[in-house]
Write a protein that binds this ligand. Structure first.
Ligand code: SF4
Ligand code: SF4
Length: 167
């Protein structure tokens, strides 16, 4: 890991792994994530809309002096990582959310599901209002267009004689 900064750090970047997980959509999905959070050393964060599980675990090759024990053969992900904007000096990762307890996740879930329900109801009302509006406009257009006048009929449906024509 390049940069003199690493000499002052206790290898924060070698003490966890983070993996993307599926975005929870319903209570069952959230409950699965709650299960993750019941375990020590696990948290979940959302970055750029993508959910991740964060697992605190030291690399087996981290030496007591915080240096890499397999520096020459370290994985590419370690080679690519730089001290430019790393875990040491970037306490704020720009995460939208960071859940460290099941309670935080549950609170977020209730907000998300309530918002989803509101969007669903608004969408349904919008569709219904558009359908009614469309039907009214269609009926107005039909009336405006006129079309052949329907002949006047008596109660039995028999057309009445055209008195004007005769007169
Ligand atoms: S967290 Fe940053 S400063 Fe610390 S070892 Fe990793 S790259 Fe170096
Ligand atoms: S392989 Fe080396 S650089 Fe990579 S996480 Fe382990 S100790 Fe850190």
């Amino acid at each position: 890991m390049p940069g003199i900064l690493c000499e002052h750090c206790t290898a924060a970047c070698c003490r966890y792994i983070a993996l993307p997980i599926e975005t929870p959509e319903d209570r069952q999905d959230f409950d699965d994530i709650r299960w993750y959070l019941l375990h020590d050393g696990i948290s979940v964060f959302v970055e750029g809309g993508t959910w991740h599980i964060y697992i605190e675990t030291d690399c087996r090759h981290l030496l007591p002096d915080h240096r890499c024990g397999i520096y020459d053969t370290r994985p590419k992900i370690c080679r690519d990582y730089t001290a430019e904007n790393c875990d040491y000096h970037s306490g704020d990762y720009g995460w939208e959310h960071h859940f460290t307890t099941p309670a935080q996740l549950t609170e977020h879930m209730e907000q998300q599901l309530a918002a989803k329900k509101r969007r669903h109801v608004a969408g349904r009302n919008g569709r219904s209002a558009r359908a009614k509006m469309g039907a009214r406009q269609k009926s107005r257009r039909k009336r405006a267009a006129g079309g052949p006048p329907s002949p006047a009929t008596d109660l039995r449906g028999i057309p009445l004689p055209d008195l004007e024509e005769r007169g």
